[in-house]
Design a protein around this ligand. Structure first.
Ligand code: SAM
Length: 197
């Protein structure tokens, strides 16, 4: 995330966080157990919800985002170790995580198919993949509007695709979808899936 965005991210997100996101994050992230990978942790908005995890390895490519997370890491009761890395090339061995968490990040990852392949590779059989993402809406007019706004939006928000169909990408991957919940008329989804046993 280039330029000014990392500096205003938490402030800009505050109204959404306070109205619904905090609750959505809490419900999703508190399910994370064992050895957890968080992909694209940004400013660490999820870190306080890792109550059921033994430890968290968290990756983020942009130091301008991650530097805002350090206070949250210090406050966390769960050990959190951070890495400067991208989701398309995870610096971890095969089959080592019990849970993977990704929130508001698949819209921005340049190669989301490769990222899902990497998440699959580093997950243990039966591992849960917990995602909270904004997606391309089913409603045709809204979907088309998202498509037409994306070129400008991408430039303003460091590569964020308003029209990314993350549910379809997960559906096409070898992950098994367990549960999908929809928020804001289908603009945001939580997607819970698992690597098959
Ligand atoms: C909108 S922010 C979301 C941050 C955080 N996950 C949250 O829920 O608030 C998107 C994040 O994705 C990160 N990102 C961009 N490309 C990435 C990639 N290839 N792999 C992992 N993270 C990436 C950005 O640096 C940014 O921190």
């Amino acid at each position: 995330m280039a330029g000014f965005l990392p500096h205003i991210y938490d402030t800009a997100m505050k109204p959404l966080e306070k109205t619904r996101f905090e609750k959505i994050r809490k419900n999703l992230v508190q399910q994370a157990q064992g050895h957890v990978l968080e992909v694209g942790f940004g400013t660490g908005a999820n870190f306080r919800y890792y109550q059921g995890a033994d430890r968290v390895d968290a990756i983020e490519p942009n130091p301008d985002m991650s530097k805002h997370a350090y206070k949250r890491i210090r406050k966390s009761k769960t050990p959190i170790r951070t890495y400067e890395a991208v989701a398309e090339k995870l610096p971890f061995a095969d089959s080592c995580f019990d849970t993977v968490v990704a929130t508001l990040v698949f819209c921005t990852i340049p190669d989301p198919v490769k990222a899902l392949e990497e998440i699959y590779r580093v997950s243990k059989p039966g591992a849960k993949i917990l995602m909270f993402e904004h997606v391309k809406m089913d409603q045709p007019l809204m979907g088309k509007t998202q498509q037409s706004l994306t070129p400008v939006w991408k430039r303003l928000c460091d590569g964020c695709h308003l029209d990314r169909d993350t549910l379809d990408l997960v559906n096409r991957s070898p992950l098994e979808i367990l549960k999908v919940d929809s928020y804001y008329g289908g603009l945001f989804l939580t997607i819970e899936s698992q690597k098959p046993f």
